[in-house]
Write a protein that binds this ligand. Structure first.
Ligand SMILES: NC(=O)c1ccc[n+]([C@@H]2O[C@H](COP(=O)([O-])OP(=O)(O)OC[C@H]3O[C@@H](n4cnc5c(N)ncnc54)[C@H](OP(=O)(O)O)[C@@H]3O)[C@@H](O)[C@H]2O)c1
Length: 349
C-alpha cells in the first residue's frame, strides 16, 4: 500500500521518526518522504547521520510546527499517508507547562486533521501512549483528547475522505529521555534511583513499534485504537538488568505517575477485539463506513471484565531477557558489559 507513495512523518526527527523513516525507505520505496519537525539542528543531524540526501534523494527535510496550520497545509500538498509522531511527551514537563503541551498535542492534532482533510490525504496513523488510558497526568490526558479527535475526524472527512486511527503502546526501550539510558548514565555513581519496587511498565522496541504502526495502515478502517500485545517489566528488574552491581535507592512514585500502566481499561472491554498479537478498541460509532467484516470477524470479543494492564499481563521479560534486549537495542554508551545479573529469572505469570 505504501509502495511508491508520498508519506509525511510529523516528529520525523525524533526516536520513532528516524527509525520509521529508515524502515519505510528500506521496504516501501516511497516516491517522497517528508520529515516534518521544528528544530533545524535535528534535521541537519538526521541528514548527516541517518538519511543523507545524496543517498536518499526522495527525503525532504521540512521545518515546521504542528501548531502552525498554514505550514501543515503546505507540507501536506500531494501527500498520501501521514504518520503523526510529533508530541510533547515528558510527564513532568507537561505538568509544569500544561498550556504548551495542550497546544502541541491537542491543537497540533486538530490542525493536522484539518490539513489532511483539505489535502485529501488517504490515511493517517497517530501515535498514542498507554498513559492516555484512564489518564492521571496532563500528558496522558492530552493524548486521550488527541485520540478522540482522530477518531471523530473520520466523521468530518466523510465516506471517501481521509481515514484516521491511532496506535497505543508503552515505553519504548532506549527512546529519548527513557529510563534505560537514564540508568546507564547513573551507573557510575553506584546507586540507581528507583521510584518503587512494585512499579511495572509495558515495554516495546522501536523496531516493533514501527512495524506495528506500518501494519496499522493495512488493518485500519478509521477510528480504531490498535494495541500490540507486548511484555511487561518491573522497574526494579530494569535497574538490575542495566547495573546489577549498583545499590537501589527507592525514591517514591512521582506526581502524575501510576504504579502500573494500562492499555485497555475495563470500560473499553466491550468495544475491544482480541487478535493473535494485538487488540483493537473499536470506535464507539462508525458512521463513515461499515468496517472490514472479514477483519472484525477474525477478532475475538473481549469479556466485559477484561482489562490489559502492565501488572495483569501474561507476558513478562526476565532480567536475562531484558539484558539481551538492552544489549541489542540500547547498548551502554560507556561500553560496559562486564556484569552478570545476580537474580532469578522470573517466569511468565
Ligand atoms: N518514547 C516512548 O516511550 C513512547 C511511548 C509511547 C508513545 N510514544 C509516542 O510516540 C511519539 C514519538 O515519540 P518519540 O519517542 O519519537 O519522541 P521524541 O524522540 O521526543 O520525538 C518527538 C518529535 O516530535 C517533534 N516535535 C515536537 N514538538 C513538535 C511540534 N510542535 N511540531 C512539530 N514537531 C514537533 C520533535 O522535533 P522538534 O522538537 O525539533 O520539533 C521530534 O522530532 C510521540 O507521540 C509519543 O507520545 C512514545
Amino acid at each position: 500500500m505504501l509502495d511508491g507513495s508520498n508519506i509525511l512523518i510529523t516528529g520525523g526527527t525524533g526516536s520513532f521518526g528516524k527509525k520509521c523513516a529508515k524502515s519505510l525507505l528500506d521496504r516501501c520505496q516511497p516516491n517522497r518522504l517528508v520529515i516534518f519537525s521544528r528544530d533545524e539542528q535535528k534535521h541537519v543531524d538526521m541528514a548527516r547521520n541517518v538519511l543523507p540526501p545524496a543517498d536518499y534523494p526522495q527525503v525532504r527535510y521540512f521545518v515546521g510546527d504542528v501548531r502552525d496550520p498554514q505550514r501543515l497545509t503546505t507540507a501536506l500538498r500531494g501527500i498520501d499517508y501521514v504518520i503523526h509522531a510529533a508530541a510533547m511527551k515528558h510527564v513532568d514537563i507537561a505538568e509544569y507547562n500544561p498550556q504548551e503541551c495542550i497546544r502541541t498535542n491537542i491543537g497540533g492534532a486538530e490542525n493536522l486533521i484539518n490539513a489532511c482533510i483539505e489535502a485529501n490525504v488517504k490515511k493517517l496513523v497517530a501515535l498514542s501512549t498507554d498513559k492516555a488510558a484512564a489518564p492521571v497526568n496532563l500528558y496522558g490526558a492530552t493524548k486521550l483528547c488527541s485520540d478522540k479527535l482522530f477518531a471523530a475526524a473520520n466523521s468530518l472527512s466523510g465516506q471517501h475522505g481521509t481515514r484516521f486511527c491511532a496506535v497505543r503502546y508503552g515505553n519504548v526501550i532506549g527512546s529519548n529521555g527513557s529510563v534505560i539510558p537514564f540508568f546507564q548514565k547513573k551507573r557510575h555513581e553506584g546507586v540507581l534511583p528507583v521510584t518503587s519496587e512494585q512499579m511495572t511498565r509495558f515495554v516495546i522496541t522501536l523496531e516493533q513499534g514501527v512495524e506495528f504502526v506500518l501494519k496499522s495502515f493495512e488493518r485500519m478502517n478509521g477510528g480504531e485504537l490498535f494495541v500490540p500485545k507486548i511484555p511487561s517489566v518491573s522497574i526494579i528488574d530494569i535497574a538490575r538488568a542495566v547495573a546489577p552491581e549498583c545499590k537501589i535507592k527507592v525514591i517514591g512514585i512521582r506526581p502524575g505517575e501510576k504504579m502500573h500502566e494500562c492499555m485497555v481499561p475495563q470500560d473499553e472491554a466491550r468495544q475491544t477485539l482480541e487478535f493473535d498479537d494485538h487488540y483493537v478498541v473499536q470506535p464507539s460509532a462508525r458512521n463513515w463506513c461499515k468496517g472490514d467484516p472479514d477483519y472484525v470477524a477474525a477478532g475475538k470479543p473481549c469479556q466485559p471484565d477484561f482489562h490489559y494492564s502492565s501488572d495483569n499481563n501474561s507476558e513478562w521479560l526476565s532480567v536475562d531477557q531484558l539484558r539481551d534486549v538492552i544489549d541489542r537495542h540500547c547498548p551502554d554508551p560507556s561500553g560496559r558489559t562486564d556484569t552478570k545479573p545476580a537474580f532469578k529469572v522470573r517466569r511468565a505469570a
